[in-house]
Design a protein around this ligand. Sequence first.
Ligand code: GRF
Length: 221
Amino acid sequence: MHQESLQQIPRLVVLISGGGSNLQTLIDAIAAGTIVATIELVISNQPNAMGLARAHKAGIATQVVNHLEYSSREAFDRELIRAIDDKQPELVVLAGFMRIFTPELTNHYHGRMLNIHPSLLPLFKGTNTHERALEAEEDQHGASVHFVTSELDGGPIVIQAIVPVLEMDSPSVLAARVLVQEHIIYPIAIKWFCEGRLTLQNATVSMDGHNLPVQGMPYLP
Ligand code: GRF
C-alpha cells in the first residue's frame, strides 16, 4: 500500500511547537529538489511559534490547533487527526512538536509518522535531554529519527547521529551541536520514506527490504 500510494508526489503534514529549524531544513530540501514531496500543511499547537512564519514565507498553509482550547487530550488529538487527514498525507513529520499523543492518534498514524528526538535513544526519552546527558557524564550524545508509536520517544529507530560531549559543554552548546546533526539526518530519513525505501513492518524498520538494526542506520559525519 505504501509503495502504491507513493506513485504520486508524497504529501507531508508537519507538526511544530517552536522555532521550526527542522521544518526549515525540510522546506529547503524540497526547494532544492533533494526531497520530492509537498508540504500540504504546517500545524502548530503554539499560536506564536516562529516556525509558522517560516511556513508563511515559503507559501505553505498553516493551522493553529491550540491544546489550551480543548478540554482533554483526546479532544485535542481528535482535532489534530481531523486537520491532518483533511490533507491526506502519506507522511506526518513531527518537528519539535511538544505534546504527548494518545494511543488513538499514534495507532492511526502507525508507520507513517516520524519524529526527531535530541538524544541517542533509547537514552534520555522526554525533555531536557542535553542537561541529562551532561549530568550523566556521557562522552557521546546525539539525535535519533524514529517512527512514532504509543510509547513516548520509544518507537523503532530509523537513523542516529552521534556527537561528542566536550569537557566545557553547557546544555545550550551541546544542544547546538546536536541540532546541526538533526538538520542532516531528518531530511535523509524523510527522503528515504518519500522514495518508498523506508517502511515499518510491525515493530521493525525496513530499508530497501532489509531490516535495520535496533539503533537504526548510523550516521557518521
Ligand atoms: C529539536 O531539538 C528537536 O529534536 C526537539 O525540539 C527541537 C525543535 O527544534 N524535539 P526546531 O523547532 O526544529 O528548531
